[in-house]
Write a protein that binds this ligand. Structure first.
Ligand code: C2O
Ligand code: CU
Ligand code: CU
Length: 520
């Protein structure tokens, strides 16, 4: 129950504020429920400027800095971003693009009034290049990155990992894509005539709150620090209530959940009918073959590469990328005394994300390639199993009973070892998207899943479409045990310390994170 005192305290905002379970009826600017309000043209990355695609061909100077960005109509929102230049062109939060096997060099200049560091999410780098919070640098300082991009082609990303400030800084803008190219990616682009920024579109989905003057609002109370900060304006590529004009052909959408805490149950819906789409990739690149589905969960940190055939609709139709309703399974017990959730958009309600407005156009090539890539299964016979137990105590979420200590090593693994990690989440709690630094993994089994997850588990051993291929983040629902296989082979000198953490960024900053060391 919410105490009377809490109600009085929050009554100033009562017309705007809904409690977590309340029906989402209030109308407000950029309300994602009302289909008619999807009138803002989707921001599409160009060849420079904000989110410009930058084909890295030399050392970069990346300045983490404060700026402003016109997110809401007519209002410039203060924002944090990475500024850089190449060949006389300026970029803000560039979409970095590199060939697999190439060398990446960048100097991070911290022009913020507070500490920061960049983490390359999903990339297999030496620990010193990984942007561990222990590498955080102060205002005015620099950090040198120099590593080989060892990952296969895929949709990766980068974001701040500042010690204790990751959630706030990422929310305020310090994040973008890191695309890795290889032969498989090129073959796919060629077969379907996909062009980045036209028919191959990176889409970062984020939820944010704004105050009346257009400033991003980030003031989690105790309850919101514990559960995660939710926005009520849904942004796709920083565009609220966005529409994208499409023609009846196949599009590739590279979906990134760049939200701090919100889980999406994605579907492409025409009227009331979910249309089919093909999942072609997950966190660590392409699957071996396309998988046709009508919906998929996407948790913070995860990516889903999909092909959507707009030819299923007719010119003049609108198709909405939506988040469908689901049970958020947040049952942390009575927490009302810690303050109400300030978002008008409860976790698990249905809302629109992006309108695809179908225009006339050529049909284009449709048969999807049967084979996309080769995925070698990590051999798991006789492999040791390590228990990773999530829990909660004193309003904090823990991993194996521990809260993050910067220089404490929770456990050690051997270089070259293959391990099964069995991650279990208690039934009382909430869903946690668990993320590993340094190594991609494979999901081998999902046990004791809630019905809304097992209903979509068509791939054997309880796995859903979001579990296929190479992963770096996996959603673990209350009551579930998720087993993943990790191969700790690397060719870096010395032992390497990496992180395992929850990608609900309030949980991560709140200490739901541990170090593990891969011994040489
Ligand atoms: Cu995307 Cu440690 O994070
Ligand atoms: Cu990461
Ligand atoms: Cu969590």
């Amino acid at each position: 129950m919410i105490s009377r005192r809490t109600l009085i305290k929050y009554s100033g905002a009562a017309t705007l504020v809904g409690t977590a379970g309340a029906a989402p009826i209030n109308r407000y600017p950029f309300d994602p429920f009302r289909a008619k309000s999807f009138q803002q043209k989707l921001f599409i990355p160009g060849g420079s400027g904000p989110f410009g695609v930058l084909d890295v061909n030399g050392p970069l100077q990346m300045h983490a800095t404060t700026a402003s960005f016109p997110i809401l109509k007519g209002q410039a929102s203060p924002f944090l971003l990475y500024q850089t230049e190449q060949a006389g062109k300026a970029y803000q939060n560039p979409i970095l693009r590199m060939e697999s096997g190439a060398r990446f060099q960048a100097t991070l200049h911290n022009a913020l009034p507070e500490p920061t560091i960049i983490h390359w999410h999903g990339l297999h780098t030496p620990a010193a290049m990984d942007g561990h919070p222990a590498s955080t640098i102060g205002p005015g300082a620099r950090y040198e990155y120099d590593f080989i991009v060892r990952n296969r082609g895929g949709t990766y990303w980068y974001h701040t990992h500042a010690h204790g400030l990751t959630a706030k800084q990422a929310y305020n803008g310090l994040a973008s894509f890191f695309l890795v190219e290889d032969e498989d990616q090129r073959r796919l682009s060629k077969a379907l005539d996909l062009r980045l920024g036209e028919t191959d579109v990176p889409l970062v989905i984020q939820d944010k709150q704004f105050d009346a003057s257009g400033r991003l609002r980030y003031q989690p109370n105790m309850q919101e620090s514990m559960m995660g900060w939710l926005g009520d304006v849904i942004l796709v590529n920083l565009t609220p209530n966005a529409y994208f004009s499409v023609t009846p052909r196949v599009y590739r959408f590279r979906l990134l959940n760049g939200s701090n805490a919100r889980i999406y149950r994605l579907a492409f819906v025409k009227g009331k009918t979910p249309l089919k789409f093909a999942v072609i990739g997950t966190d660590g690149g392409l699957l071996d073959q396309p998988q046709t589905v009508a919906e998929a969960y996407l948790a913070p940190g995860e990516r889903l590469d999909v092909l959507f055939d707009v030819g299923q609709a007719k010119p003049g139709d609108d198709v909405f990328l939506k988040s469908l309703a689901f049970d958020p399974m947040e049952n942390e017990g009575p927490a009302g005394h810690m303050g109400v959730i300030s978002s008008r958009l409860a976790l698990g309600v249905e809302f629109n994300i992006l309108k695809l407005q179908v225009a006339q156009g050529a049909r284009g090539a449709t048969p999807l390639p049967e084979k996309l890539s080769e995925i070698r299964a990590i051999p798991t016979a006789g492999v040791p199993e390590r228990k990773i137990e999530l829990s909660m105590a004193d309003m904090r979420f823990l991993i194996n009973g521990r809260s993050f200590v910067l220089d404490e090593i929770s456990f050690e693994v051997k270089r070259g070892a293959v391990e099964i990690w069995s991650i279990s989440n208690p039934a009382i709690g909430m869903p946690h998207p668990m993320h590993i630094h340094g190594f991609s993994f494979q999901v081998v089994e999902r046990l004791n899943s809630p019905g809304q997850v097992s209903a979509g588990a068509r791939w054997g051993r309880g796995r859903t479409v979001s579990d296929l291929g190479w992963k770096d983040t996996v959603l673990v629902w209350p009551g579930e045990t998720v087993k993943i296989a990790v191969d700790f082979s690397h060719d870096f000198i010395d032992s390497q310390t990496y992180l395992l953490h929850c990608h609900n960024l309030e949980h991560e900053d709140g200490g739901m994170m541990v170090n593990f060391r891969v011994n040489a």
